[in-house]
Design a protein around this ligand. Structure first.
Ligand code: FE2
Length: 377
């Protein structure tokens, strides 16, 4: 029927920046070897690929770890005075690259640049015996970058220049993490709409949800957020900015400690959050806790769910419902010394939203941690 197919066809025609999914997330860290070990031991990632002195690199070392569709690169410099070293000195450990899997990295780059993006890396062909990959890159908020990865002509382990990293004596069990659900950016005061416009104009994303400081505030602190999504919905980037409250917003605390804008959290999906969180906790991953009273009203708020409340309460897993279903979620404490980047574990059961009903309980939990750090004033 023409009338029903037309809007969809128009929508597809408007997606001038087709993206297949998240390709990898690269973190610049002080000690890539130990960070890789942490993500294996604590988060259940597997050894995947390596680049460094043994592959001909002179200035850096990278370990790639993998769990289902999630690939993390942990990169450290091998000498002083490098861009990577300066990044770590300024920001601490954090996300440098959010890489996006595309069919044509040259087209993606040229389109983004024509629409006003700032260049990070011109299209570059990298080849080895397993084929070729084209990568290009643009800046987003702060010093964070998007790299477009075109890998349709490549059959190797990860990327040209990397060798397979095998650790037959040590590969902890995965914990059931499947794919990157969304990644959140913290941007400066009054900068949210600037970056919303960037994702709309440069990347063709749409603003699918908005939260103002009335939605996201406690007695003390506040923030605002808009969620940007690409055409097929596989990439979702909520953008947060601080809002005025009686005390310091958690976004402002992040901006102070990261010394700029950057990735606040990486949300990773699981099909069984109770099992996943139980394993993560037993391996030493630390989570934010909400008060036990959160669970007194949870059934009234979200209605009937498949899970028993007891294990959710025991593990501190949060529940929220929207028009399409419900979701279960939990947040780790920051995974580096500075109170900056953390992970969210999320299980969606129909809901496509982000847990608005949990914001208040969650932010009160964050405020208790800010209080301990002496940054809530
Ligand atoms: Fe999130």
């Amino acid at each position: 029927m023409e009338t029903s197919t037309l809007p969809k066809a128009q929508g597809e025609a408007k997606d001038f920046m087709p993206i297949n999914g998240t390709d990898y997330v690269e973190l610049y860290v002080g000690n890539s070897k130990q960070a890789a070990h942490f993500y294996k031991t604590a988060f259940g990632f597997q050894s995947h690929a390596y680049a460094g002195l043994e592959t001909g690199l002179k200035d850096r070392e990278s370990y790639v770890v993998i769990q289902d569709k999630i690939r993390l690169i942990l990169t450290s410099p091998l000498k002083s005075g490098t861009e990577i070293g300066k990044h770590i000195d300024k920001h601490g450990d954090g996300v440098k690259v959010v890489a996006l899997w595309v069919d044509d990295a040259t087209y993606a780059y040229e389109t983004a640049i024509a629409k006003g993006a700032r260049s990070y890396m011109e299209p570059k062909v990298e080849e080895d015996n397993d084929g070729k990959v084209v990568r290009s890159g643009i800046y987003t908020y702060g010093e964070t970058v998007h790299i477009f990865v075109e890998r349709k002509d490549y059959n190797g382990t990860f990327l040209p220049g990397y060798k397979k990293w095998e650790t037959p004596d040590y590969n902890p069990e995965p914990v059931g993490l499947k794919y990157v659900d969304h990644m959140v950016g913290n941007v400066g005061w009054n900068k949210m709409n600037h970056w919303v416009a960037f994702y709309e104009n440069v990347m063709g994303f749409k603003n699918i949800l908005s939260f103002d400081d009335n939605d996201i505030s406690t007695e003390y602190t506040a923030l605002m957020s808009k969620v940007m999504s690409n055409g097929n919905g596989r990439i979702k980037f909520p953008i947060n900015e601080p809002a005025e409250g009686k005390k310091k917003s958690q976004v402002e605390e992040y901006l102070d400690f990261y010394e700029g804008e950057g990735v606040q959290h990486v949300a990773v999906a699981t099909d069984d959050i109770i099992k996943t969180v139980r394993q993560l906790r037993s391996r030493g991953v630390e989570f934010l806790r909400v008060p036990a009273t959160y669970y007194d009203a949870v059934t009234d708020r979200v209605g009937k769910i498949d899970e028993d409340i007891a294990p959710l309460k025991e593990l501190g897993i949060l529940v929220d419902r929207d028009d399409e279903g419900y979701l279960l979620q939990i947040f780790t404490r920051p995974v580096e010394p500075r109170p900056t980047m953390f992970f969210e574990i999320i299980q969606r059961k129909g809901a496509q939203s982000f847990g608005k009903g949990n914001f208040k309980a969650l932010f009160e939990a964050i405020e208790r941690e800010q209080e301990l750090r002496g940054t809530l004033h």
